[in-house]
Design a protein around this ligand. Structure first.
Ligand SMILES: [Zn+2]
Length: 368
């Protein structure tokens, strides 16, 4: 009996340990390496190319920076800018540069890292004390825009925080978030930024191979759905009134909503036209705006759907790259703020694509 109990206890311990290992963890090693560099700079040491390159030799940094498309010139300038920001002897140059953040953008950004360094350290320590608690909050935000079946976790995803640059990036099961982005967004509303990213990972998708002639159009429909639906997780918290964010981090929702109708009207005129050869359309012709990842007009579309009471129906059909267009038009027709109503011609065109591809794909979950 005693042996059986011992074996049971052992089994329970092993299972717990396995879960512990499997649970999502946060890799913030580069941040602490960065703070060592900044300590030395504050003491007056310069930042040698060797130390800098050694610091940059990190896979998470490489994954993120490759996506940003930066080269060695950028990194070299960044290193020199760090010397301006952190070395006491450069204080007057720094103060001059800070008068014109647009001209000296990276000086401004690195200075924000410097000014908030102690709070950032405290933030990382708190997060590391209870990563599961942190991720629970992030998942709850993502779930607000997902059907029950998709309320899963992607514990196998890697999550890294890097102390450079300003954005976040997700690729091949790896979420890389800059410390600036994570810290200020969590200060503003804990977990919404990660909630948005996790929504991308968990959203069931209807995937199929489009014929060459439809490729660009299908891609645009998928992008608007992808970013627009995820934007309902976080964008309402990131408006001009979100003062916990830095100035450049806020105001995107207003911009997306403002630009949405014109871009939607452009898509309407192109897809609804009988004279335009649809196979000649490109992503850039369809999304004729500064951001082509789908936020514009995706967030506008989803906002109109939500404010007219169709959010649940959207969630029920969150994988479908056609359905939300019908839902949008239904919402737009009864919208009290006179949302842009799509033409019958474009709806018929979407219906023809819908019919063509309905049987050609399948729904799949990213988190298989
Ligand atoms: Zn996104």
């Amino acid at each position: 009996m005693v042996i059986i109990v011992r074996i049971l206890v052992f089994v329970v311990m092993v299972v717990c340990l396995a879960n512990e290992i499997k649970a999502q963890s946060i890799d913030d090693r580069t941040c602490w390496e960065y703070f060592k560099l900044t300590d030395r700079l504050r003491e007056g040491d310069s930042l040698s190319k060797e130390s800098w390159n050694k610091f940059l030799k990190d896979e998470a940094i490489e994954v993120y920076m490759n996506d940003q498309g930066v080269d060695s010139t950028f990194f070299n300038t960044y290193r020199k800018t760090m010397e301006i920001v952190y070395m006491p002897k450069n204080e007057s140059i720094l103060n001059n540069r800070l008068k014109d953040p647009n001209k000296y953008w990276w000086t401004y950004i690195i200075n924000e890292y410097k000014v908030h360094e102690e709070e950032m350290k405290a933030y990382l320590r708190t997060m590391k004390q209870n990563p599961k608690g942190y991720f629970d909050i992030c998942y709850e935000h993502a779930y607000t825009m997902l059907p029950k079946e998709a309320h899963k976790r992607v514990d196998h995803y890697k999550f890294s925080i890097i102390p450079l640059h300003t954005d976040a990036h997700i690729e091949n099961g790896w979420i890389v978030c800059t410390l600036m982005c994570a810290y200020f967004n969590d200060k503003n509303k804990t977990g919404i930024l990660m909630g948005h990213e996790l929504h991308h990972s968990l959203r069931p998708r209807y995937r199929f191979t489009a014929d060459k002639e439809d490729e660009a159009i299908i891609e645009v429909l998928q992008r608007m759905l992808n970013e627009g639906s995820a934007d309902l997780v976080d964008k309402r918290y990131q408006g001009e009134d979100a003062h916990a964010l830095l100035e450049f981090q806020r105001g995107y929702p207003e911009n997306f909503l403002e630009e949405g109708p014109a871009v939607l009207a452009n898509i309407d005129s192109l897809l609804g036209s009988e004279t335009i050869d649809k196979s000649s359309l490109t992503l850039r012709k369809l999304l004729n705006t500064w951001n082509t990842s789908g936020h514009i007009p995706g967030y506008y579309i989803m906002d109109v759907i939500e404010r007219n009471g169709y959010k649940e129906e959207l969630i029920d059909n969150i994988s479908n790259p056609f359905y939300y267009i019908y839902l949008y038009n239904r919402a737009a027709k009864s919208d009290t703020k006179a949302a842009y109503v799509l033409s019958d011609a474009v709806i018929q065109y979407i219906q023809s694509l819908d019919k063509k591809y309905r049987e050609k794909g399948k729904i799949y979950y990213v988190n298989r």
